[in-house]
Design a protein around this ligand. Structure first.
Ligand code: 2NL
Length: 368
């Protein structure tokens, strides 16, 4: 009957079968190495605790080795025992160090953690200037009718600003008192019409375009006048263009820009570059939008007349068409010019033209 008590106990981690004992010290060293690697790689305290239990816990791999040392023979017992105890201590120290390092690192991450649910630090962003809003809308209306957009230089020569527009020498607008001269030959353009001349010089009819841009006149400043302002001019030259085309274009524009009830009134006027010419009024958008006839009274906007003057217009003077080489037997055209500030003041209820230039944020941030 074998004495089971005296037989070496089998351990899964150690090859304690006869003939394999020689490898046990090597196995302890391998165990120590792999444990050390896992500890170094551990990225959380939970992971680290799992590693501790795996090697040093009650049923841990190294604990099992230590328990089985009693089963080994003399010389092996001493060498394996020594290696195992050293490994146990070294691993415990490694775990302590890694615990400390991870605790510090995790606390730092926690401190710096980004909470994306917190309200952001708001950035100041600019917005569109009210004039730009108006220009954008004007462009959109006219582009919708088949017009294209052209711009040109603010500094013009006398020919394009005056001569080609049938404004003769000696005309009051050509005086130093009305126009900003840049030397003797050049001026700050007094209207955007020179751009139209430049387009027609280069391009045969038909021309169907609008011309937004800054213009300059030596006017005294008041609530409705400024030495620099913006103009939107319009030009349509083709065969058979009539005053009716002008009326249709303007009434569609006025309805789109000021509201669908808006109606127009044409009063005879004079410009050197158009014949016939007209001042164009719209029904007051404050007191008579859409009503017929316009209501009067003491409206602050129209002064009781029921009408607001918005632009000047007319049929292009044949002298202007001849200047750019267009055949006046074949072609006619209409043109008009409007102050963009004036259009915007009426539409948005702005009391003073200064607000467009002053760039006071309290004004600017009400729009855009
Ligand atoms: C106004 C009136 C107007 C034009 C501008 C024009 C341009 C060419 C030929 C003929 Cl190239 N006319 N432009 C026509 C009528 C009136 O402006 O009071 N603007 C603020």
């Amino acid at each position: 009957m074998p004495n089971w008590q005296n037989l070496p106990r089998m351990r899964h981690t150690l090859a304690l079968l006869p003939g394999n004992e020689v490898s046990t010290e090597k196995e302890v060293s391998e165990l120590r190495e792999s444990a050390a690697g896992e500890i170094r790689a551990a990225s959380s305290l939970k992971e680290l605790e799992a590693i501790r239990i795996k090697y040093l816990g009650r049923k841990g791999l190294l604990t099992s080795v230590l328990r089985s040392i009693g089963d080994l023979s003399g010389p092996e017992r001493s060498s394996v025992g020594k290696a195992s105890n050293e490994a146990k201590e070294a691993l415990a120290t490694l775990i302590d160090e890694r615990t400390e390092a991870l605790t510090v690192a995790l606390a730092t991450v926690e401190r710096r953690r980004l909470d994306i649910t917190l309200p952001g630090v708001s950035q100041w962003v600019g917005r569109r200037h009210l004039l730009s809003i108006a220009v954008k809308e004007l462009k959109s209306i006219f582009i919708g009718m088949g017009f294209s957009v052209a711009t040109g230089p603010d500094v013009e020569d006398i020919y394009h600003n005056f001569e080609a527009l049938n404004i003769p020498e000696g005309h009051p607008s050509r005086e130093k008192g009305d126009t900003f001269f840049v030397g003797r030959e050049l001026v700050l353009r007094t209207q955007t019409s020179p751009v139209q001349i430049r387009v027609m010089e280069r391009k045969p009819a038909p021309v169907r375009m609008i011309f937004p841009g800054r213009v300059y006149r030596k006017d005294a400043s008041d609530a409705t006048h400024s030495p620099e302002f913006h103009q939107l001019e319009c030009l349509y030259v083709d065969r058979d263009v009539t005053f009716l085309d002008l009326k249709g274009t303007l009434s569609y524009f006025a309805r789109r820009f000021f509201g669908s009830g808006t109606r127009l009134r044409f009063r005879p006027s004079y410009f050197p570059f158009t014949e016939p010419s007209a001042e164009v009024d719209i029904t007051c958008i404050s007191c008579s939008g859409g009503q017929s006839p316009p209501r009067s009274g003491n409206c602050r906007m129209c002064g009781g007349s029921g009408w607001l003057e918005v632009l000047g217009a007319g049929m292009v003077h044949p002298a202007v068409l001849r200047c750019v080489g267009y055949d006046t037997d074949e072609l006619t055209g209409f043109a008009f010019g409007a102050g963009i500030e004036r259009l915007a003041m009426l539409k948005y209820g702005i009391a003073n033209i200064r607000f467009f230039l002053e760039n006071d944020v309290r004004f600017l941030e009400q729009f855009g």
